[in-house]
Ligand binder design. Structure first.
Ligand code: ACO
Length: 331
């Protein structure tokens, strides 16, 4: 019989590229304004990867910090999961490239394609492996360089994205440890897959001169249609884990949601009836780093001593697919 354990977050780390692109920089590139971007999205600036940086480079920096924070050695890791839709290559996985960078081999390493929900999907998978005793220290990363697949002539999308990586070590909790994952829920509604797509470069529309000329390798998004679905799907994901554990929103110390739009974050907070002071927001500095927003926000809040050991944290995301998910934990 498989013995059942608990999983917990043992360490966190983040990395964002040095270069910053402000709303004022964007004003010079497309027909937009700092005022529009701030009031419609809550964003002021975002970090942009250099020409030579790929997803695994950002993931590596974040991973080193998480490994140090968890007080483990590289060799203690026994699984790597990368939530990403902008990996180094269409294949192999960015997780395998990261495994090599960390000097590791002979254990599972794979990417999860769940858009902005990638890190929550990864944490959900890691939880199963740790709880069933099949893994002890899973490196789960959300990493994205969406700016390299962004059309900087399309004001509807190009103001929204930034680059970054957030890393977590999800480990087996000691029996007396109060830190643990309480519950997690992941879902998808593929009927809306076409609202957020990179049309070309896959088997549906292989790369050709025509696809490049028509900018079909960049993010296509119907933002205003996603807006309402985002609030509803994150609310459902939160509601499910709270109800399943007989918990009330009052027992939540902190809510961290995907940082795609300040208005979405605020609307979800309102729908959940959570005190707005308990909602973590950092969208102003990083914009939407897709799968990286939640682990970046988590790391930042822990390192700034905002979220502390023992706090109950509810995390929720949505993304391309359309995917959604939540994670309820005690830090
Ligand atoms: N600057 C100025 N005007 C703009 C800009 C801009 N950057 N972008 C759009 N507009 C204009 C539009 O052209 C439109 O003008 P019109 O009325 O003359 O036609 C007007 O602003 C309103 O456009 P909407 O799209 O209705 O604006 P909305 O308030 O919905 O905001 C936004 C757009 C920010 C994209 C919002 O809908 C949103 O955040 N949606 C969710 C996006 C999201 O979360 N995506 C999923 C995650 S990403 C991932 O998984 C990879």
């Amino acid at each position: 019989m498989i013995e059942k354990y608990f999983a917990k977050i043992k360490g966190t780390g983040r990395y964002v590229p040095e270069k910053i692109l402000t709303n004022f920089d964007l004003e010079k590139m497309v027909d937009t304004s700092d005022e529009w971007i701030r009031t419609r999205t809550g964003m002021s600036e975002r970090h942009i990867a250099s020409e030579s940086q790929a997803a695994s480079d950002l993931a590596y920096e974040a991973a080193l910090k998480a490994i140090e924070d968890a007080n483990i050695k590289n060799k203690d890791i026994d699984m790597i999961i990368c939530g990403t839709i902008s990996g180094d290559h269409p294949f192999p996985s960015t997780a395998c490239i990261l495994q090599k960078k960390l000097g590791l081999k002979n254990f599972p390493a794979f990417d999860v394609s769940a858009g902005c929900t990638g890190w929550i999907y990864g944490a959900n998978i890691a939880k199963q492996y740790v709880e069933n005793g099949l893994a002890k220290n899973v490196l789960v990363i959300g990493v994205e360089i969406l700016t390299k697949i962004t059309n900087y002539q399309d004001r509807n999308t190009c103001v929204l994205f930034g680059d970054g990586a957030g890393a977590t070590i999800i480990s087996r909790a000691e029996p007396k440890d109060i830190s643990r994952f309480i519950d997690t829920e992941i879902s998808a509604d593929g009927s809306h897959y076409d609202l957020l797509v990179q049309h070309a470069g896959g088997s549906r529309m292989p790369a050709s001169q025509k696809t490049v000329e028509k900018n079909l390798h960049t993010v296509y998004m119907e933002g205003n249609k996603i807006f309402k679905l985002a609030i509803r799907s994150m609310y459902n994901a939160c509601d499910i884990v709270l109800k399943r554990n007989n918990m009330d929103v009052k027992s939540i110390d902190w809510l961290i949601t995907h940082q795609a739009n300040l208005r979405i974050i605020q609307a979800l907070g309102k729908k959940l009836k959570i005190d707005e002071n308990k909602v973590i927001v950092n969208i102003e500095k990083y914009a939407n780093t897709s799968a990286a927003t939640i682990p970046i926000a988590l790391d930042e809040a822990i390192r700034n001593n905002v979220i502390r050991h023992g706090d109950i944290v509810l995390l929720a995301s949505f993304g391309a697919g359309l995917t959604s998910g939540s994670l309820l934990l005690r830090l």
